[in-house]
Ligand binder design. Sequence first.
Ligand SMILES: Nc1ncnc2c1ncn2[C@@H]1O[C@H](COP(=O)(O)OP(=O)(O)OP(=O)(O)O)[C@@H](O)[C@H]1O
Length: 642
Amino acid sequence: MRTSRSRASRAPEARDGTAAGPGRAPEVLVLLCSVAAALTTVAQPVVLGRTLDLLLRDGDAAPWLALSAALLVGELLLDSLTALFTGRCNATWTAHVRARALTGLLDAVPDRARPFSPGDVGTRLTLNATDAGGAPAARAALAASLVTPLGALVALALVDPWVAACVCAGLPALALVLRTFARDTGASVAAYQRTQSRIASALLEALDGTATIGAAGTGKRERARILAPLAELAVQGRHMWALHGRALARSGVLVPLLTLVATGVAGLRLAAGDLSVGELLAAGRYAQLTAGVGGAASLLGAIVRGRAARDRTRELERLPALAHGTERLPPAGTGELELRAVRVVRDGREVLRADHLRVPGGSTVAVVGRGGAGKSVLAAVAGRLIDPDEGQVLLDGVRLDRLTREALRTEVAFAFERPVLGEGTIADAVASGARRASPDEVERAACAAGADGFVRRLPHAYDTPLTGAPLSGGEHQRLGLARAFAQAGRLLVLDDATSSLDTATEHEVNLALRRSVRPGTRLVIAHRPSVAARADLVIWLEAGGVRALGTHHELWHTADYRAVFGPADGAATAEATATAEATATAEGAAPVDGTATAEGMTTAEGTAPADGTAPVDGAAPTAGVGPARLPEPRPRPEEARQ
Ligand SMILES: Nc1ncnc2c1ncn2[C@@H]1O[C@H](COP(=O)(O)OP(=O)(O)OP(=O)(O)O)[C@@H](O)[C@H]1O
């Protein structure tokens, strides 16, 4: 049994259908049209010169006149085609670059994408993708732009080698101008793009927190914070334009100077009788076209900008992704979850360690702990949003990293505190997931999540577009829950997914979850004692380690445990106990008391402490100590009846 590929090693090419990209075709079309346009430009002076000579000598100039006109029209047409193909090439490449970056981001291990703020991602996917998408056409145009000066130089050498030699003498100076520009502008463009991104990030952050800013009256301070990098951006922008301007000014002096000298030499050759009037005209124009090599500066600028921008979009593309295996889950599994010697390390700090943890299939487990204790990390590892740095996670005996993507995502569902619902209708939002839920399933899940009532009051009920449905935080969260319920498989992870619900609604949702949603293991991150009280078992985390396992009732005897839920007052205790008992009784299960689940308590040392809790020393379980077993779940009324 092997995973199809090693973890996080997939090349971006393998992740999306756009791997091959638009190919070279759009670029080649731009190149062909601009080369053809350049050739007509190069042909024109000699043809016009010849026409002029024939007209001056009363010769038959008609065919040459026609050719001149054809070249002019041809150049116009080819320029139009070049513009058309350039637009298409830019659009195709921009879409490709953006799609790859987006795919990389969406496939990435979520916490690896965390350093990229929304504003930064926005800049990379818009401005940077556009700049990067413009580079292929700019490269083609640059190649073609060399045809004109080179062709002009050859033509000039054929018209008069002396004038050509004179132009050649000035070319190294022009080449130096271009080289300096390309070298200096690269660093300046990259710095400009980084600053742009910082401003966008700060702006989005502020938009996200408008209510807080409004309430605190800190609008002015926020404005100043967002715009703080503006001065830096202005300096960088001015520097960039100064480089551009300097390159243009230098070439702007050099080009007319070269043209002037070349025309002067050609005039002398005319006076000596070595050139005709038409040839003088052609030589002057060719000198001008050859010196026009300086025009490549702006294309060079676009290429440099595109390259810097591509580096930034590639950082998203190359974020490590989860690789999936080829195995499936045994058909009759109940969702038994096991963590073996799991370690998660972030920024050199161990943020989760669980030596051996087994959650029986079908049980509801609350994960509690203070802020930063590692609850979300445990949830992410348990549902394989991330892989642990060490150890293994198994569902019904199969390692999660060996499961196919489909098996993983159809059997493991998540609901979060702030679900992203998309832009379709309410029904679309609830139905979307690894598999599309049917309309019946959508309604059942919405009922279980306590969302059916408010959805039916919307103008088009389930067909109401989300953009036209003003939802409260709690309603938003209930739709996220409904989606998770509709997708629920063997494992359902609720990461703070009921934090915006009032206690009564939360209680109803919990009852409905037990009765109306496909049975399986539930991992619930709990901040309220009532939620922990209703769970079959509680995993108490502290500083990334499992401090203890037990029922809420048992753990409640420990002051530190009570402190997790805030000040330990009598009211809280009463609420927790009453809720636990009410829940248990309502479901026909044995009341949760100390004696009923005492066998579920396990300590790393194998001894139960006096306070009745079950501490699990994070560093602990030695080889001789068995896994921390959770008690088998209490039978549910419907299961008991069967
Ligand atoms: N990608 C990451 N990079 C760096 N540190 C991380 C990362 N993910 C988690 N952490 C750290 O791990 C610790 C546990 O985080 P986690 O989100 O699991 O806490 P939590 O118990 O869910 O807290 P809360 O209740 O406040 O949400 C925190 O200190 C957090 O800063």
